[in-house]
Design a protein around this ligand. Structure first.
Ligand code: ZN
Length: 168
């Protein structure tokens, strides 16, 4: 039986037959960020789907990535649809382009992962500090013995490319 995980008053349950996500979150609990890499074309993908979205091949292996990347896009959540997030609003959700596969297979399609942008104490990062182009690194929020959520923090490195943020 899968073990339910409690997160902000919600129950997270990954079914036993959902090996993609069960293994992904178990790797995160070991504080490694793992992507599925295609054994035919070599490209990594996220989410960890069964087939390669670029060449459709079914062969894959787990490949560790550094967890460093650049904010490709973001949003500020002002109205949480889940009660557990209500007290966190407004909080940022970021789309991070990972360094290992920047701009591949095309400038419009790369290895991108969605997550919360948090401070070192895992509380939401301030809206004024979020920007497209800002550098980030992964951190892991441990929720159970078999489960952790990858989140991102500002990496302390200079931004990459054009920096843009929502107007205040
Ligand atoms: Zn492929």
């Amino acid at each position: 039986m899968p073990q339910p995980v409690s997160y902000r008053g919600m129950t997270l349950l990954v079914p036993d037959n959902d090996s993609e996500w069960a293994e992904y979150f178990a790797h995160a609990r070991a504080h490694t960020l793992m992507m599925r890499a295609c054994t035919a074309c070599g490209l990594m993908r996220y989410p960890p789907t069964h087939a390669c979205p670029w060449c459709m091949d079914l062969g894959w292996r787990w490949q560790e990535v550094s967890g460093r990347g650049t904010i490709h896009s973001y949003e500020i959540v002002a109205h949480a649809i889940q009660p557990g997030f209500k007290e966190l609003t407004p909080y940022p959700v970021v789309l991070v382009e990972l360094d290992e596969q920047r701009g591949r297979p095309t400038p419009d399609e790369a290895l991108r992962i969605i997550a919360n942008l948090v401070k070192d104490d895992l509380s939401p990062e301030a809206e004024a500090r979020v920007a497209i182009g800002a550098r980030v690194k992964v951190v892991f929020q441990d929720l159970a013995d078999h489960f952790a959520l990858p989140q991102f923090t500002l990496g302390g490195e200079p931004p990459v490319g054009r920096v843009w943020r929502l107007g205040g």
